[in-house]
Design a protein around this ligand. Structure first.
Ligand SMILES: [Zn+2]
Length: 685
């Protein structure tokens, strides 16, 4: 039975038993304490704890889950056995105050033995020592005695207090003669009976509404039903591994199998997470996904492959899983673009970082890589700590993580001290040419630039070396340096096609664009280089900026024409907008503003970017900002018939590119001035 048939069989069974079938919830949970949806129950937590009403008494679904990062972490195990995954699918049926132990046990047994035809003699059942009800029901339903275990194995609770109860697990004997119980049996289903409320003194009171929460791992079912021991030998993974062989041009063998498994697993985690709106970044879940993606690239490299890998395999993921998860195909263009971007920016760093690491290896004599080297790999080459650890694991070398933490803390301290002084240092360079940055409006333009100045550790230098944290001024650039409330671009500086600097921020001092970041090669004043912005971040910022204009127009429509901008901060996919208005907005007003902005987005109006003399712009009625100085020639950004503003920022070309806008907060910041924070794009979705 293949994956698609198992999912269908499971859902069909519960639908015919009165369950409402719902699609998987997002991998981004509605729960700030979790990075990802880590189990099938996560979306139903509110209902199970009684804080949200149940929308149906019986529900069944197949939930996408990720366990990587934070306390739920299987990342390091993936690839080295047949059972670990960072991404997996959890099938589950739920009773919200409807059936309880009898119903749950009957259906589990019926589905396992009659419907999918597992051998009843190979099924082993455990129950909690206190739960005679469940043991008696099992005896009646299956004729079997259960194995009675303690709290560790068969008791579930969400925390020290609150809902809790016994559970019953079904295991399947896959390798009868294996003396190791973990290899002999596989857990295939867990039915949790949420029976009690536990108070602070440990007293158990029966819950007024008793719930059932079950979870069955789809990958394990597939392995059993397809008669294989290793989840990665099932149809879904076999097909992904076949496609990977094509892309890397190497066949799977005993030695390189872990790499193929890691790539197949990581393709699912990265692909599904980005399709659900995660954007690789340096924090939180964005960093988990970036780490997973970089690990996959390292395994591609071990197979002799260079450059893009997961972006090439994503269509295979759609082919294999797109029927069950239509969101994969719907987001294809965006996901591939984001992955490509990540892969492009890491490809050179991976090669160069490996060179550094190879040079360091002979110097290690106690089996421990120094924290400073690990930090240099992290800071200069973008190697997450766990990637370095993964690379060294095969060589039995560990990393001095305390030393790594110390180096990180020292770096933070340095950069805190740095940011204070550098603007004045740049402003003192009066002989320096203003940066020609018209190319910020033509980010794909390939032109040669010259390095004019390099600032390192508070001093202007002629040369700087790989690993140095520097600020660089060029004669020309495509980078948008922070200005007018819009944050600057990120990206790279290249020389002869090779990255020489990763730019984490483009700032401005007077008319000079300052590229801040870390060198990945030696650079000297006078070098000829090219600039390459991070297109994903640029697009996220552009849609936030155009959305800011729409927000201002919508506020004027809904509130009054006197609403005026007092300040703004436009970041990737997020907007902070300050405006004059004398009282809090009502909920109706907020809804109306948000709706108007989204109507304009849905109308996909063209956005024109024009340069014209300021008089012409005034005649057209373009809105200018209070207190802002404008030159003789100005840029006018016009979004359909909704908005026309003088603005030097970067914008989208159609309002539809904004995708969606969502107002998060509206509050007072000073007398007569209100602040709205808004998300756009995939973040708002
Ligand atoms: Zn603007």
């Amino acid at each position: 039975m293949d994956y698609n048939s198992i999912r269908k069989t499971f859902l069909d069974y519960f639908e015919s038993h009165g369950h409402k079938i719902v699609p998987s919830a997002s991998l981004i949970p509605n729960d700030p304490t979790l990075l990802f949806t880590v189990a099938g129950m996560v979306p139903w937590k509110g209902i199970l704890q009684g804080s949200e009403p149940a929308f149906a008494p019986r529900v069944a679904d197949v939930q996408k889950c990720i366990r990587a990062g934070g306390k739920h972490n299987d990342l390091d195990e993936v690839g080295y056995d047949g059972r670990h995954h960072t991404f997996f699918e959890m099938m589950g049926n739920w009773s919200f105050g409807d059936y309880f132990k009898q119903g749950a046990i009957e259906m589990s047994w019926d589905l396992l033995t009659r419907v999918i035809g597992l051998d009843p003699n190979r099924i082993v059942i455990t129950t909690h020592i206190s739960d005679d009800d469940a043991a008696n029901i099992w005896k009646k339903v299956s004729g079997k005695d259960t194995i009675k275990l303690g709290d560790k194995e068969n008791w579930w609770s969400a925390g020290d207090t609150g809902p809790c109860g016994p559970c019953t697990e079904m295991h399947y004997i896959v390798d009868e003669n294996n003396p190791d119980p973990d290899s002999r049996m596989v857990e295939i289903w867990n039915d949790v009976f949420m029976q009690f409320d536990r108070d602070a003194n440990g007293n158990l009171t029966p819950l007024p509404k008793q719930n059932v929460d079950t979870g069955a791992g789809l990958e394990r079912w597939a392995a059993i039903l397809q008669g294989v021991r290793d989840n990665y030998d099932t149809d879904l993974f076999r097909n992904i591994i076949l496609a990977t062989q094509e892309v890397v041009g190497v066949k799977k063998n005993d030695e390189n199998t872990p790499s193929f498994k890691v790539i197949a697993d990581h393709l699912r985690a990265v692909g599904f997470a980005i399709a659900d709106g995660v954007i690789p970044s340096n924090t939180d879940r964005g960093y988990v996904i970036r780490r997973i993606l970089r690990r996959a690239m390292r395994h591609g490299q071990m197979l002799g492959h260079r450059g893009a890998l997961l972006s090439k395999l994503y269509p295979v993921l759609i082919r294999e899983m797109g029927d069950a998860y239509p969101e994969l195909a719907a987001a294809e263009k965006r996901v591939v673009e984001i992955i490509q971007n990540e892969e492009n920016s890491f490809a050179d760093m991976l090669q160069n970082g490996m060179k550094l690491l190879d040079a360091e290896l002979p110097k290690i004599n106690n089996g421990v890589l120094s924290g400073d080297v690990a930090f240099k790999l992290f800071d200069t080459y973008g190697f997450p700590l766990d990637l370095t650890q993964m690379i060294l694991r095969d060589k039995n070398i560990s990393v001095d993580t305390d030393g790594f933490d110390r180096a990180m803390a020292a770096q933070k301290e340095r950069s805190r001290a740095d940011t204070k002084g550098t603007r004045t240092l740049w402003e003192s360079q009066t002989q320096l040419h203003a940066t020609d940055d018209v190319y910020k409006y033509a980010p794909d333009e390939n032109m040669d630039s010259r390095v004019l100045a390099i600032l390192r550790d508070g001093e202007f230098v002629q040369n700087a070396s790989v690993g140095d944290v520097v600020e660089i001024a060029l004669d020309k650039t495509n980078f948008y340096g922070t200005q007018g409330g819009q944050v600057g671009d990120m990206g790279e500086i290249l020389r002869n096609g090779e990255t020489v600097m990763t730019v984490t921020e483009a700032a401005r001092a007077n008319n000079i664009v300052i590229h801040k970041g870390t060198l990945t090669a030696d650079v000297a004043v006078g070098d000829t280089v090219r600039t390459k912005i991070n297109a994903t971040v640029r697009q996220q910022t552009a849609r936030a900026h155009t959305a800011t204009h729409l927000l201002q127009a919508a506020l004027q429509h809904v509130l009054n024409d006197d609403v005026a901008q007092r300040g703004s901060k436009v970041s990737p996919d997020s907007v902070r907008f300050d405006f004059t208005f004398g009282r809090p907005m009502t909920d109706d007003e907020k809804t109306a503003v948000e709706k108007l902005v989204n109507d304009w987005i849905a109308a996909d109006m063209p956005v024109s970017h024009e340069e014209m003399p300021i008089e012409a712009a005034r005649k057209r009625g373009a809105m200018a900002l209070f207190g802002e100085k404008y030159g003789d020639v100005v840029r006018v950004i016009t979004a359909g018939d909704a908005s026309c503003e003088l603005c030097g920022g970067t914008h989208v070309y159609h309002t539809g590119e904004i995708i969606k806008a969502k107002i998060n907060k509206e509050k007072s910041i000073s007398s007569g001035v209100r602040r709205i924070t808004m998300s756009v794009g995939t973040l708002a979705e």
